[in-house]
Design a binder for this molecule. Structure first.
Ligand code: FMN
Length: 500
């Protein structure tokens, strides 16, 4: 198996200059955040705090698309296609991720920086957690707040499979063995951010589109990708929600408060010899340039597509805007098969498992990736009293600051579709610059004798490169009383019947 293909270092090397900023000179950890925060590129520090560090790797749709070998517009289709093709898990006896083994491990020897002004401490932010739930491996992405050489805080407040696994273990008085992988290919991050039923190692393999090489950790029984850069092995202790964690600049662009959270204990670090550590941009003033929003968006798009697909004739596009955090504002395009499908789509999105707050449903002719096209549809196809669907009482996303203490959330659906079959003739066409095509005639009268014509067709009929002389010819016919207009606006020639 190729254990280089899905390693972070290879992906960084493959990025073109417009996607990657290289920082070659050694840099202090105190200066790292200001460089990656809001940066449209991934950043590769050769030496930050003494080690190689990459940031922002998954913080753009174009980089995610490169990781999947496709275009940004086709990313969702590629992800969906891969999810439908299972791959195998292959256990290795030795692995690049274990080239170096630290049995006296030290979190404070890793290149971990302070990300936002009021954060409680430096955070490991691109840490992908592996745990077991019976035979099933659960994977997520969870931040770690450094609290010492062997101890870190983990935020487990939001509903997640890991939270359920942890709460059940605490109920039994048990620890939860856990391994955090730091330094991964973007495809693995997309897999980790998803929450689908089943073993999530299988999900990761499917998204890679290849068999997934895994290796057993050295101080617990967990299996992690054998081609990872770093693995932090350890456990969450049995005390439950026991220690203060936070504040932290959160993924919605606000600080999350100090919380009480579980504690991670480090038992070993394994890594590649030339390992690259990784940081994720989580918050800031430009959410669209964060890893969190981009990963949330693709995860939301998969869930929304599945929900809407079951409710309407044909979904043609789904886009969750990363500037809103990647799940709250979602756009759906449909090819309607029967009246009322836009409302069915809205209801399906309300009910789907991601926290969508606002869904905008358009016809397939509107580009869901274009803010301009969406604004046009909202401006010209929407009547608030008729087309706005507002509901309340939904499961909230606890970090949503607009809740202001409410325990249920409201949602809005914007039906920006046109009633099925309403537009006919030129009403159904987008105004575009004219194209001059069709048969030539010796006069405007001869062209019109052939049948009604639009002005553009009269210009084409006469081979006109100007148009004003056609106005004069048309005017002459009008003066002779032989010209009319039909309902579409075409010119119609009605010569007087010959005199008897
Ligand atoms: C970059 C990033 C960081 C994240 N950090 C956290 C976190 O610290 N705590 C948390 O509960 N969820 C966090 N999430 C969300 C979870 O990783 C995500 O909901 C995941 O699907 C949960 O997996 P699970 O339900 O299988 O446990 C983060 C997501 C991303 C993309």
């Amino acid at each position: 198996m190729d254990l280089e293909r899905f390693r972070l270092r290879r992906f960084l090397e493959s990025l073109p200059p417009e996607e990657l900023q290289r920082v070659e000179e050694p840099i202090a950890l105190a200066d790292v955040a200001a460089i990656h925060d809001g940066n449209p590129k991934a950043v590769w520090f050769r030496q930050a705090g003494g080690a190689a560090l990459a940031a922002n790797v998954t913080a753009s749709r174009s980089r995610l698309a490169l990781a999947f070998g496709t275009t940004p517009g086709n990313l969702l289709a590629e992800v969906r296609a891969r999810l439908a093709r299972p791959q195998k898990i292959v256990e290795m006896q030795s692995a690049p991720a274990q080239e170096v083994v630290e049995r006296q491990p030290d979190l404070t020897a890793l290149p971990v920086h302070l990300q936002h002004t009021f954060d409680g401490a430096p955070y490991i932010s691109a840490s992908m957690d592996f745990t077991r739930d019976g035979e099933r491996t659960n994977i997520g992405i969870r931040r770690l707040m450094l609290r010492g050489r062997r101890e870190a805080g983990v935020d487990l407040n939001a509903p997640s499979d890991l939270r359920a696994i942890y709460q059940a273990a605490v109920g039994r008085g048990d620890r939860v063995p856990i391994a955090f992988v730091v330094g991964s290919h973007p495809v693995d991050h997309v897999a980790a951010a998803m929450r689908l039923p089943g073993d999530e190692l299988n999900l990761m393999a499917a998204l890679r589109g290849e068999d997934l090489p895994v290796v057993k950790c050295l101080t617990n029984d967990l299996r992690v990708p054998a081609d990872a850069e770093y693995v932090l092995e350890g456990y969450l202790d049995e005390r439950g929600y026991a220690e203060p964690e936070g504040p932290y600049g959160e993924f919605l662009g606000y600080y999350g408060a100090l919380k009480t959270n579980p504690v991670f204990h480090l038992t070993a670090i394994t890594r590649r010899r030339d390992a690259v550590f990784q940081a994720a941009t989580i918050s800031g003033a430009t959410l669209a340039r964060t890893d969190t929003a981009q990963l949330n968006a693709i995860r939301a798009e998969v869930a929304v597509w599945r929900a809407v697909e079951a409710a309407v004739s044909e979904v043609t596009a789904v886009h969750a805007t990363p500037s809103g955090g990647g799940a709250f504002n979602v756009r759906v395009a449909l090819r309607q098969g029967s009246p009322g499908e836009a409302r069915a789509a809205i209801d399906a999105v309300f009910a789907c498992p991601v926290h969508v707050k606002h869904v905008f449903v358009v016809d397939h002719d509107v580009d869901v990736f274009s803010a301009e096209a969406m604004d046009w549809a909202l401006a010209t196809r929407f009547q608030a009293a008729r087309d706005l669907v507002v509901r309340d009482g939904f499961r909230p996303m606890p970090l949503d600051p607009s809740l202001r203490g409410r325990t249920v959330a409201s949602k809005a659906g914007f039906d920006l579709t046109l009633p099925l079959g309403e537009r006919k003739g030129i009403d159904s066409r987008t105004p575009e610059p004219p194209r001059y095509e069709g048969r030539r005639f010796r006069s405007v009268a001869a062209a019109l004798a052939d049948g009604p014509k639009f002005f553009v067709e009269l210009m084409s009929a006469r081979g006109s490169r100007d148009g004003r002389e056609i106005v004069r010819e048309v005017d002459a016919l009008r003066a002779s009383g032989t010209l009319e207009r039909d309902a579409e606006g075409r010119y119609v020639y009605r010569p007087a019947p010959p005199a008897r």
